[in-house]
Design a protein around this ligand. Structure first.
Ligand code: ADP
Ligand code: ZN
Length: 439
C-alpha cells in the first residue's frame, strides 16, 4: 500500500490493534450511555437485564447487552429509536423493504460525516482516488445505496456521475462519453449494463472502467468472474445495511479475501442464530453489529440476519481492522424443500460452475400434490444457445448435477433463451414463491 494513501485517508484502517480496541471501548461506553439516556426502548431493555451503562467496563461486556432486531424498528416506526431531537436530524432514509414494510433511519450531520468517511476509506482501498470518475448507478432516494456511494465518492474528491438506476442505454453512453473509471451498483445491474452495452455495439472491456464496487445483494464467485471478464474490471464486494448506516460497513481490499469491517465505527460479533451465543472469530453464524459512533439512531447489537464469519487473521494489505467473509446468505432468504434448507446463493454458485450459463436465473417455488416443489429457470448465453436438442439436454443435465452436488437434491432445471428473464435495476429478485400456504 502506497504510504501516501495510507496516511491521507485510511490511517484508521491500519491502527495498532490495542489502540483500536481502546477506541472501540471508549466509543462503545459513550454510545451505550447515549442510547440508554435518550431511547426508552434501549433503557427498558437494559433495565430488564438489570444493566446500567456503567456495567460496560470491557469490550467483552458487550455480550451482556440485549440484542435489537428489525421488528424493533418496525414496532417503533417511524422515529421511536431516535436518540436526538428532530432538529438535529439532517437526513432520513428507509430500507428497501426486501423483506416487508420499510423501516426508517435517521442521521445527524456528524453521522453523515462518518458515513462519507467509511465510504471514502472503502473506495480508496479499492484503488479509487480523486483522479477517478465514478458513476453511481445505485438508486438515489430513500434507498441508502445511491447517496451513500455518492457522498463517499465526493469525500474522496473523485468526479461523481450521479446516474441513479434506470435508462440503461444512457448509463452506457455516459460511461463511454465521460470516460468513467469506477462504477457503484448492484452486481446484477452491472451484468445488465454489460449486456445492454453489447447490444449497442459497445464492448465494455474497451471502456476505461477499471473498478466496480458491487453490493446490496448476495453474489457468487461465478458472478464475479462474469462481471470482471465481461467488462475488464476489478470487482469489489461492499456490504452494508440501512439500519447500521447504509453501504460502507465493510468492503474488500485489493486482496479480495473477505471484506474489512470499519470496526472503529461498527463493532462486529458473530452469534449462533438459534441460541444467541457469541461465537469465536472464524466460526460461521449471524452477524451482529453495534454502531459505535452513530448518534441519531444508535443500534446496539443489531441482529442483521446475514450469515458470515469474522476473519481475524491479519490481511496481506496490512489493515488491522478485521474482515468478514462474503455474506453466504441472508437467513430470511432460506427456504425448505423436501426437508432440506436451501439458500438462493447456493443455487447461484452451483449454476455458474457450468460453462454457457449466465447469472440470470429464477427460482420458482410451487406446491404440487401438497408437496413443495422447486424449479430453476436458467438463461443460457448466446454462444451456448443451440437448436440441437442433444446439446441443450446435456447442458440441462450438467446444471442439474451441479445443483445436486451442492444442495443434495435433484431439482427441475428449465433452460430459457437469452434475454428472457426480466432484469432488475436494483436488488435482483431471484425467488418467486407460488406455494399455497397451508394452515
Ligand atoms: P433491505 O433489508 O430492505 O434489503 P437494505 O437495503 O438496507 O434493506 O439492505 C441490506 C441488506 O442487503 C443486508 O442486510 C444484506 O442482506 C444485503 N446485502 C448488502 N450488501 C451485501 C453484499 N455485499 N453481499 C450480500 N448481501 C448484501
Ligand atoms: Zn486487506
Amino acid at each position: 500500500m502506497n504510504n501516501e494513501i495510507k496516511e491521507c485517508c485510511c490511517a484508521s484502517d491500519f491502527m495498532p490493534v490495542e489502540k483500536l480496541r481502546e477506541l472501540q471501548l471508549m466509543r462503545l461506553q459513550k454510545i451505550v450511555a447515549h442510547a440508554y439516556n435518550n431511547v426508552e426502548f434501549f433503557r427498558n431493555r437494559m433495565n430488564e437485564k438489570n444493566l446500567k451503562p456503567s456495567d460496560i467496563e470491557t469490550l467483552a461486556d458487550i455480550s451482556k447487552l440485549p440484542f435489537s432486531k428489525k421488528v424493533d424498528l418496525r414496532d417503533t416506526y417511524p422515529f421511536g429509536l431516535c436518540a436526538v431531537p428532530m432538529s438535529e436530524v439532517v437526513r432520513l432514509h428507509a430500507s428497501s423493504g426486501t423483506t416487508g414494510k420499510p423501516i426508517v433511519v435517521a442521521y445527524t450531520k456528524e453521522d453523515l460525516d462518518v458515513w462519507a468517511e467509511v465510504m471514502k476509506r472503502g473506495l480508496a482501498g479499492a484503488g479509487l482516488s480523486k483522479n477517478d470518475i465514478i458513476q453511481v448507478a445505485y438508486g438515489y432516494g430513500l434507498f441508502t445505496g445511491g447517496l451513500g456511494a455518492h457522498c463517499g465518492s465526493e469525500a474522496l474528491g473523485a468526479t461523481v456521475v450521479p446516474a441513479s438506476v434506470g435508462n440503461t442505454q444512457r448509463q452506457v453512453m455516459l460511461m463511454r462519453d465521460f470516460g468513467v473509471t469506477g462504477v457503484c451498483c448492484t452486481p446484477s445491474y452491472f451484468l445488465h449494463l454489460i449486456e445492454q452495452a453489447a447490444q449497442s455495439g459497445i464492448d465494455m472491456r474497451e471502456l476505461p472502467i477499471r473498478v466496480g464496487i458491487f453490493g446490496a445483494e448476495p453474489w457468487s464467485q461465478g458472478m464475479r468472474e462474469q462481471l470482471e471478464k465481461g467488462a475488464g474490471i476489478e470487482a469489489f464486494d461492499i456490504y452494508g445495511l440501512s439500519e447500521i448506516i447504509g453501504p460502507g460497513v465493510a468492503i474488500e481490499c485489493t486482496e479480495h479475501s473477505g471484506m474489512h469491517v470499519f470496526e472503529d465505527h461498527f463493532y462486529p460479533e458473530i452469534i449462533d442464530p438459534d441460541t444467541g451465543e457469541v461465537l469465536p472469530d472464524g466460526e460461521f453464524g449471524e452477524l451482529v453489529l453495534t454502531t459505535l459512533s452513530k448518534y441519531a439512531m444508535p443500534m446496539i447489537r443489531y441482529r442483521t440476519r446475514d450469515l458470515t464469519r469474522i476473519i481475524a487473521e491479519p490481511c496481506k494489505c496490512g489493515r488491522t481492522i478485521r474482515r468478514i467473509d462474503r455474506i453466504s446468505a441472508r437467513s430470511d432468504d432460506m427456504f425448505i424443500i423436501r426437508g432440506v434448507n436451501v439458500f438462493p446463493s447456493q443455487i447461484e454458485s452451483a449454476l455458474l460452475t457450468v460453462p454457457g450459463v449466465t447469472a440470470n436465473y429464477l427460482i420458482i417455488l410451487t406446491t404440487e400434490n401438497g408437496m413443495d416443489n422447486i424449479e430453476v429457470d436458467v438463461e443460457i448465453s448466446q454462444e451456448a444457445f443451440s437448436d440441437q436438442v442433444k446439446i441443450l439436454e446435456s447442458l440441462q443435465k450438467n446444471i442439474s448435477k451441479a445443483i445436486e452436488s451442492v444442495i443434495g437434491l435433484r431439482i427441475k432445471v428449465k433452460l430459457v433463451a437469452p434475454q428472457t428473464i426480466a432484469r432488475s435495476e436494483g436488488k435482483a429478485k431471484r425467488v418467486i414463491d407460488k406455494r399455497t400456504q397451508i394452515g
